[in-house]
Design a protein around this ligand. Structure first.
Ligand SMILES: *[C@@H]1O[C@H](CO)[C@@H](O)[C@H](O)[C@H]1NC(C)=O
Ligand SMILES: *[C@@H]1O[C@H](CO)[C@@H](O)[C@H](O)[C@H]1NC(C)=O
Length: 377
């Protein structure tokens, strides 16, 4: 190819790139995520290595620190925006932070955990810790750039205003004490949970963040694990097999979160705060799996015991335990794409993709904003 021909191609490519760019309503260069196991991409297991198959079996073919068989909602969002999977902040090998960082870890709460992970199954990386990590991240990036020492896996210093900040956290605050305190006990501190999410948004705004996407809580009254573990009367079960009392409490929490975000929008008026109602998508999935080409709503793919929920708290997905002289192993089904629930608590990749699509096409947003229009060029 001669020089003239190359020049022409070069000009055409530039023209296409700039034409696409002008179409974009927004153009996110990075995602910074705060959350728990629902959006962990490897942080918890980087800190506490122990994950095994069948986690990761569907997409990655090996355990990669996600609490599902494949991709989490965050992974689908990143892909839709044309960004790579978001590297866990705690993962020191193989991470690339040019397009953001993921502070989420399995078992994280919004409120400070009262005891250590090894005692209660609650992660030490609560939302306040995740925010501190974000602040540390930004100050390190700023410092490295000012010293001219930014390595190649470090984002440019102006990244923070061009990023999407996502939150999918609160489920463990909600469910962690349900067995001991009951619904009314848990409700006492839920206002604290939503107000801390709002405070975190305002602090990130101070760091330069302008676009925030907050996912509400899914209907945990339909989760196989909670249907087995949480006390309830048979009269509490609705025609879809879900617990009405717990689902109503989640709906109350979501309303509180929505109202808190409405207030927060008035406090930081040039910010874009989006409330993503994934609850309605998940509820519809649990109630009508066949409308989405699936077979099972309230039955886990990976578990032990079979029955309507295929969940036994004596042995979790991927584990073997000696119970009464007998080895019990919780194994995965062969068709996770037919299930909403992966392991009794976390959704399958198939369900995550459906929820992510609803977010991406904007159908569950307040205010509506199809993220597809924000695809990175
Ligand atoms: C249970 O499994 C362990 C680990 O594979 C094995 O060492 C042990 O012998 C098994 N016990 C029984 C009763 O099958
Ligand atoms: C958006 O996604 C949801 C969930 O997958 C789907 O039901 C809906 O039809 C989609 N809407 C559009 C406009 O694509």
């Amino acid at each position: 190819m001669n020089l003239e021909a190359r020049k022409v191609i070069f000009v055409v490519v530039i023209a296409i790139l700039s034409a696409q760019k002008s179409d974009a309503e927004c153009d996110f260069e990075a995602i910074f995520n705060f959350g728990d196991s629902n959006s962990d991409t490897g942080g918890f297991y980087a800190a506490f290595p122990s994950e095994n198959l069948p986690y990761g079996m569907t997409y990655f073919k090996k355990p990669v620190g996600r609490a599902t068989d494949g991709r989490v909602i965050l992974d689908f969002l990143a892909q839709a925006l044309g960004l790579p999977f978001v590297s866990p902040y705690l993962q020191s090998i193989g991470s690339d932070f040019r397009h953001g960082a993921n502070f989420a870890t399995l078992a994280s709460t919004v409120r400070l955990p009262q005891t250590s992970v090894f005692v209660t199954g609650v992660s030490p990386f609560s939302l306040a810790i995740q925010l501190n990590q974000m602040k540390q991240f930004k100050s390190k990036v700023d410092e490295l750039h000012s010293l001219g020492q930014a390595e190649k896996n470090i984002p440019p210093p102006d990244i923070f205003g061009k990023s999407l900040y996502t939150f999918y956290i609160g489920q463990n605050d909600f469910t962690g004490n349900l067995a001991s305190l009951g619904i009314s006990g848990v409700k006492q501190y839920l206002p604290q949970v939503v107000s801390q999410i709002a405070t975190t948004i305002k602090e990130i705004y101070e760091l330069g963040g302008r676009t925030f996407l907050v996912l509400n809580l899914a209907p945990i009254g339909c989760y196989p694990a909670f249907l087995v573990e949480l006390p309830h009367d048979t009269s509490d079960i609705d025609s879809f097999g879900c617990m009405v009392s717990y689902n109503n409490a989640v709906a109350d929490y979501n309303l509180m979160l929505d109202e808190e975000l409405i207030k927060t929008r008035k406090d930081i008026i040039d910010a874009n705060i989006i409330y993503a109602d994934i609850h309605s998508v998940m509820l519809d999935l649990f109630r009508h799996p066949s409308s989405y080409g699936m077979k099972y709503g309230t039955k886990a793919c990976c578990g032990y015991g079979g029955g309507p929920h295929n969940f036994d708290q004596k042995v979790y997905c991927g584990n073997t335990k000696l119970v009464n002289g007998q080895n019990l192993t919780a194994t995965a089904c062969n068709d996770p794409f037919n299930y909403v629930s992966w392991d009794g608590i976390h959704a399958t990749e198939a369900a995550n993709e459906i929820v992510a699509n609803a977010i991406i096409n904007g159908s569950c947003f307040d205010p509506p904003l199809p993220l597809l229009k924000c695809r990175r060029k």
